[in-house]
Design a protein around this ligand. Structure first.
Ligand code: GLU
Length: 447
């Protein structure tokens, strides 16, 4: 059993392509087969080294390892030409004056610039091509609807359909799994298989990924490349789990599954034949589940590079303290970026007071007194731990005959500028007494 992922390096790795790569990889790992990576770089103008690097980086980041050396179609031109010649020799193809596109885009018939004639495959009309698609079931196409097919273009490069067939056959690919957008190419490719006397692989076409408005997922719906999700603080484990569920399901309402489990359960025959809808809320939820499953040390390791590059910590920063802060913000964070957005005031003295928070929690009668008393109690505490801080706050609330929340809310805004955040007593402990007292003083200007 052998499958392949065959990206064209003409753009970043798109969610849809990542799903194709993942389904092939899962199927190979499930069946103990091989997963091949083939770079379809015969479109010289659109293929870029930068895109190839990014595609490889994204695949590695997702953990989709391939089993052989990379194959580049651009290094196999002689092979495609050999098979094209075979078609010509057998009278199955003919040559035609080619057209060459000049740099400005117009089509010229300048004979001096034509390096060679294009090779065109003759399509016999009136034949029915039958495909038993692994995902969609039986499909039939009449060759009357297919025009003669270019095999080698006048620039000497093969067309996608031809190179794809030659490679899939030579590499003995057993299952061709790719996006629905290639369904119309498959009958054309089958004609090439038959003409060249190759065995047919099985074909499986996976439905499109749609945005929330049910139109094909595009930039309009948000980030489309794996690279962007990586930059936005999503975890590769969550991404893989989420993408696996775009068009496949392990059943029994299971959603968060370790990769070993997904491999065990995955079968391309169970891929859904209806389009999948990309739901960013679900991705956020799933990413949060993965973040929560990490222990504090694992999560801190992921956060460390960014914490350093923001200048929020140094090599001297206390490790235990960092682990506490990580644990504190872990619970509600759905992406790594959430962590940075929410925890900045712990690492720096820059506080952005939310307008609502000031209005609702600070500019109120009695708050100035409450903050002053809280300050006194916190100053007097022997040790500044979450437990002792909580004791002091509850005691003060009893004495003032108010609810603990009447203290907690304004103190939270004073130290963080925000309405929401982690448990206040733990938060005060990690901030430390000096910072807390300074901030209680500072917020008085806003009362
Ligand atoms: N290079 C093609 C693409 O990126 C590959 C399609 C296929 O898997 O056959 O769409």
């Amino acid at each position: 059993m052998k499958v392949r992922f065959a990206p064209s390096p003409t753009g970043y790795l798109h969610i849809g392509s990542a799903r194709t790569a993942l389904f092939n990889w899962l199927y190979a790992r499930h069946s103990g087969g091989k997963f091949i990576l083939r770079i379809e770089d015969t479109d010289l103008e659109r293929s870029k080294a930068e895109f190839l690097d990014e595609i490889l980086d994204s695949l590695k980041w997702l953990g989709l390892d391939w089993d052989t050396e990379l194959i580049h179609q651009s290094k196999r031109l002689d092979i495609y030409r050999k098979y094209a010649k075979k078609l010509l020799d057998e009278g199955l193809a003919y040559e035609a004056e080619g057209e060459i596109r000049s740099k400005d885009g117009s089509v010229t018939k300048d004979s001096k610039r034509i390096t060679q004639k294009a090779v065109i495959f003759k399509v016999q009309p009136g034949k029915i091509i039958k495909i038993n698609d692994l995902v969609h079931g039986p499909i039939e196409i009449n060759t009357d609807t297919i025009k003669d097919q270019v095999v080698i273009k006048s620039d000497g490069f093969p067309t996608y359909n031809f190179a794809c067939v030659v490679d899939d056959a030579e590499m003995q690919i057993t299952h061709v799994i790719r996006g629905d957008d290639h369904i119309s190419n498959t009958p054309k490719q089958i004609l090439f298989y038959e003409a060249l006397g190759f065995n047919l692989p099985e074909f499986g076409h996976v439905p499109l990924i749609l945005g929330s408005d049910r139109s094909r997922m595009s930039k309009r719906h948000g980030a489309t490349s794996i690279r962007e999700y990586r930059e936005q603080g999503y975890l590769p484990q969550a991404m893989v789990n989420f993408i696996a569920l775009l068009g496949w399901s392990p059943g029994k309402d299971r959603e968060v599954l370790p990769i070993d489990e997904i491999i065990k359960e995955f079968d391309i025959k169970n891929a859904k034949s209806v389009n999948a809808v990309f739901d960013i809320e679900k991705l956020n939820w799933m990413n949060g589940q993965y973040i929560n499953k990490f222990d504090n040390q694992e999560l801190l390791d992921l956060l460390m590079p960014e914490l350093k590059s923001r200048g929020w910590i140094s090599d001297q920063t206390n490790k235990d303290w960092l682990l506490k802060v990580t644990g504190l913000f872990k619970e509600r964070a759905r992406t790594l970026v959430d962590f940075f957005d929410w925890s900045g005031y712990v690492f720096t003295d820059e506080i952005k007071y939310e307008e609502q928070a000031i209005k609702k929690r600070i500019k109120k009668e009695g708050v100035a007194d409450i903050l002053r008393s809280a300050s006194e109690r916190l100053t007097a505490l022997k040790d500044f731990t979450a437990v002792s801080i909580e004791g002091a706050c509850r005691e003060l609330a009893d004495e003032l005959k108010i609810k603990a929340a009447d203290i907690i809310h304004p103190v939270r805004v004073a130290v963080s500028g925000r309405m929401m955040g982690p448990g206040l007593f733990e938060l005060l402990e990690v901030l430390g007494r000096d910072k807390v007292l300074k901030r209680l003083e500072q917020v008085k200007k806003l009362v």
